[in-house]
Design a protein around this ligand. Structure first.
Ligand code: FES
Ligand code: FES
Length: 163
């Protein structure tokens, strides 16, 4: 067994889990954060993407024990109170989802992507960056549109913060 202490969405939590427990199962089964989804068992779909110490990771590829001591952000922690994160708002505005199964992972990947590129994204880059996230419903078009719109909106804030 492993003692795991992590900060999830700003709250420190400790749990004792089996050594083989994956971060995604710690989040879902032990902490009740079921917004992070499991869509495959081959590390391909990206439905399980969360941020660990500010970087997007597929939480089905990380042992919970290995995440001990880290800061994890899940889709549940992205909004500020009742105000959606700009990427969440853009997905809603641009119909970037249908069944919604891939959406939490898509959004967490998109937030990371926009941050890494300082909001400077074009369609080709977004499509390339999304290779690790699968969607079976939308055909990706509106997802790409939503990410580009959010990137444009967030770019202003990033520039202001850098000045
Ligand atoms: S559940 Fe993690 S990549 Fe599919
Ligand atoms: S919206 Fe259904 S899998 Fe993406």
């Amino acid at each position: 067994m492993a003692n795991v202490t992590i900060t999830v969405n700003g709250r420190s939590v400790s749990r004792q889990v089996e050594d083989r427990t994956l971060l995604v199962h710690l989040l879902r089964d032990h902490l009740g954060l079921t917004g992070t989804h499991v869509g495959c068992d081959t590390s391909q779909c990206g439905a399980c993407v969360v941020h660990m110490d500010g970087v997007a990771v597929k939480s089905c590829t990380v042992l919970a024990a290995a995440a001990s001591g880290s800061e994890v952000l899940t889709i549940e922690g992205l909004a500020t109170g009742s105000e959606l994160h700009p990427v969440q708002a853009a997905f809603r505005e641009h119909h970037g989802l249908q069944c919604g199964f891939c959406t939490p992972g898509m959004i967490m990947s998109a937030v990371d992507m926009i941050r890494r590129h300082d909001g400077q994204l074009d369609e080709k880059t977004v499509r390339h960056e999304l290779e690790g996230n699968l969607c079976r419903c939308t055909g990706y078009h509106n997802i790409v549109k939503a990410i580009l719109a959010a990137a444009e909106e967030m770019r202003g804030g990033m520039q202001q913060a850098a000045e």
